[in-house]
Design a protein around this ligand. Structure first.
Ligand SMILES: Cc1ncc(COP(=O)(O)O)c(C=O)c1O
Length: 420
């Protein structure tokens, strides 16, 4: 960033979301007339269900256009309380619930309310890119723990134990995971809980934005059923964005210990106040509706697409995809392709080079592993129609087939590099 005036240290520590940046690159190419399939964004391809939209219109007609209470409307907090009782068999009084502008603001509030310079936050990689940047913007230090494909993209108890210090304030867990698709089972959660019991200073942020998007035979075990004794140091983060295809409405929520939630409300009161009145009415209707069939239908569609993409990607030599257990992303290992050479003589030296090649050769926009803290991988969103995903994976296969393997290409790379 070049400016004629000084910017804060704070803003210089962070960057724009890499997903948004990759989407912007794809959009720019499409605007130039290129045939681009953008699999970069993390949002459902479905529209918000009609009854939810109607609830928003009705709220407007009732004149619900004024400021709302800072922690969210009583109606929505009651609906969230009922949701936790119904879906998760968890009991949260409404004063332990905060509604914010998306799960993103819940997370930001929590870090703003708890971190000081030197505070550490453990973030398993691959991670949703905002986690480390939100720690940094709140003066904390992200402690990244790589969890590669061999570990199923999951944090092990040994890696957790090794990462904890007296300065650790939070462990961030995101299950089902973005970008990994990993879902922790009860035994894995139990093993992590056993470590945390030895370190009472560590809070747990459980990001459950993809709570309803799972493809495991049974609904995943809940952290607070495995470790109910850790409830008083766990913050649950949920939201309407992914479950009800409501990304643009910007409603998320947090449920946790009263003192933490009250501190988050103070932060929110000075940042944004209570969230949008109409969006809160719409989400109240979404949560209270006796007809939750949209959620099950969307889950079935995401499961079918995940299976389709897993099969197609694993048929491409050099690419490996662990069958995702949930969410709507595929985090593809591409290690064997590093060192291959493009037809124009340029070497693929990294996963970033590979995503550039996928875009150049076949117009498929993906996001490279470093954006999620782990290489060599790339992420594609599977929140697209089956036809688009078939086309996209066929294009990826063609782009990879056009690469020459390192040995065969070695001499020509050297020639091309000498000429460059
Ligand atoms: C893991 C994870 N957490 C939180 C969010 C934030 O979602 P929102 O702010 O739309 O509720 C996202 C969005 O992509 C996400 O992937």
């Amino acid at each position: 960033m070049t400016t004629t005036f000084p910017l804060s240290q704070r803003v210089q520590r962070v960057k724009l979301s890499p997903n948004a940046a990759a989407s912007a690159r794809a959009a720019a190419l499409a605007a130039q007339g290129r045939d681009v399939i953008a699999l970069t964004t993390g949002e459902p391809d479905f529209d918000t269900p009609e009854p939810i939209k109607q609830a928003a219109i009705a709220a407007l007609a009732r004149g619900e256009t004024r400021y709302t209470p800072t922690p969210g409307t009583a109606a929505l907090r009651e609906a969230i309380q009922a949701k936790y009782a119904r879906d998760n068999a968890l009991d949260y009084p409404t004063r332990q619930i905060i509604v914010s502008n998306g799960g993103k603001q819940v997370i930001h509030n929590a870090f703003a309310a708890t971190l000081d310079g030197g505070s550490e936050v453990i973030i398993p990689a691959p991670y949703w890119p905002s986690f480390p940047d939100m720690v940094l913007v709140n003066d904390g230090t992200p402690v990244i723990v790589p969890c590669d494909i061999g570990a199923g993209f999951k944090l092990t108890p040994a890696a957790l134990e090794a990462a904890i210090t007296p300065r650790t304030r939070w462990l961030v867990l995101n299950t089902p995971g973005n970008p990994s698709g990993a879902v922790y089972d009860a035994a894995e959660l139990g093993a992590l809980a056993a470590v945390l019991r030895r370190h009472p200073q560590v809070l747990v942020m459980l990001d459950e934005l993809y709570e309803h998007i799972w493809f495991t035979p049974e609904a995943p075990a809940h952290w607070l059923h495995v470790a109910p004794d850790l409830k008083d140091r766990t913050l649950l983060v949920g939201g309407a964005s992914k479950t009800y295809a409501m990304t643009g409405w910007r409603i998320g929520w947090g449920a946790g210990p009263a003192a933490l939630v009250q501190a988050m409300v103070v932060i929110q009161s000075q940042a944004s106040s209570g969230p949008n009145s109409v969006a809160q009415a719409a989400v109240t209707a979404a949560l209270e509706s006796p007809d939750q069939s949209f959620v099950a239908q969307a889950r079935a569609a995401y499961a079918r697409r995940a299976a389709l993409v897993t099969e197609a990607i694993n048929a491409v030599p050099g690419l490996t995809l662990l069958p995702p257990g949930g969410s709507f992303f595929a985090f593809v290992h591409c290690g064997p392709l590093i060192g291959c050479v493009r037809p124009d003589g340029r070497a693929i030296r990294s996963d970033a080079d590979l995503t550039e090649w996928l875009l150049d050769a076949e117009g498929v926009a993906a996001v490279d592993g470093p954006s999620y803290g782990l290489s060599p991988y790339f992420r594609i969103s599977t929140a697209a129609s089956d036809a688009v995903l078939r086309d996209a994976t066929a294009r990826i296969a063609r782009a990879v087939a056009a690469l020459r393997p390192p040995q065969a290409a070695g001499a020509r790379v050297r020639e091309a590099e000498a000429a460059a």
